[in-house]
Design a binder for this molecule. Structure first.
Ligand code: NDP
Ligand code: 8X3
Length: 251
């Protein structure tokens, strides 16, 4: 059955991979993001291939705008089947005692509060319809802190607990809840983390074949299409030469 899939942060990396892979799967897409022009390019790319796409421009930290956008969805788009809570970021990689208050707030507001906003807006309809799936993009960083990862790791640890909590709270319904925990994925992630220092960002992926956004999207599509009685609760996806958040063997 064609599903309606809403993806936050669909303009880059894992979110864009999810948009393309769910489109290939025959689903209808609500793509959200901050970059209107990029969203329009992706909408055109996918509609040219026959996918129905609706775009919504908002920052997940802007609860009022997010609420307006979701409440104003046309009737035929309201029954969202899959919510991919992907929008997120890391800012900085430095000792906790030297971190930037501003970076911390942006990460907490986006990775935790933005994800909660989307969950609060969309999950009630799923519970009411007794159908739906929330796929949160956590991280290996949420399993254990790595050096200088402090607040980013904490936000992804919060994503794990929030995901586990939601799974308990919807267990009496047919709604499923998944935490996807990627390791090293080559996207715009490190560029953002290092505030545009492209050389430092490129070094993160040197000497190892990293994952791609598509690799993570494949798992998301698999989880969303598992038989109705199967709930993929959590998946840790690492690059082959990555042992954990802090052990990466480079050749
Ligand atoms: P990218 O930087 O390539 O993509 C991040 C996406 O999130 C962009 O579309 C970005 O939009 C969007 N976004 C960021 N902040 C906001 C906001 N406030 N409101 C709306 N959209 C926003 O990185 P990834 O694809 O790698 O990251 C996606 C998710 O995957 C994140 O949650 C990240 O923490 C997680 N992750 C990434 C890993 C990696 O190694 N890359 C590993 C594990 C998890 P814009 O372009 O406007 O900033
Ligand atoms: C992104 C992966 O290991 O850089 O969450 O934190 S890592």
């Amino acid at each position: 059955m064609n599903k309606i899939v809403l993806i936050t942060g669909a303009t880059s990396g894992i979110g864009l991979g999810c948009a393309r892979k769910f489109a290939e799967n025959g689903d209808k897409l609500i793509l959200t993001g901050r970059n209107e022009q990029k969203l329009e390019e992706i909408r055109k790319e996918l509609t040219d291939k026959g996918t129905q796409v609706l775009t919504l421009v908002f920052d997940v930290r802007d609860r009022e705008k997010a609420t307006q956008c979701i409440n104003a969805l046309p009737d035929e788009w309201k029954a969202i089947d899959v919510l991919v809570n992907n929008a997120g970021l890391a800012l900085g990689l430095e000792p906790e005692y030297e971190g930037s208050f501003e970076d911390w707030e942006t990460m907490i507001d986006t990775n935790i509060k933005g994800l909660l906003t989307m969950t609060r807006l969309i999950v009630p309809g799923m519970v009411q319809r007794d159908r739906g799936h929330i796929i949160n993009i956590g991280s290996v960083a949420g399993d254990a802190a790595y050096a200088n990862g402090n607040v980013y790791c904490a936000t992804k640890s919060a994503v794990k607990t929030i995901t586990d909590g939601l799974r308990l709270d919807v267990a009496s319904s047919a709604v499923r809840v998944t935490n996807l925990k990627p390791g090293l994925v080559e996207t715009n992630f490190s560029n953002t983390r290092f505030h545009g220092d492209t050389e430092r960002a490129a070094n993160v992926y040197k000497g190892i074949k990293p994952l791609t956004g598509d690799d993570i999207a494949d798992v998301a599509v698999y989880a969303a299409n598992a038989p109705a009685h199967v709930q993929i609760a959590e998946v840790l996806i690492l690059a082959t030469h990555q042992g954990s958040g802090s052990v990466i063997v480079r050749k």
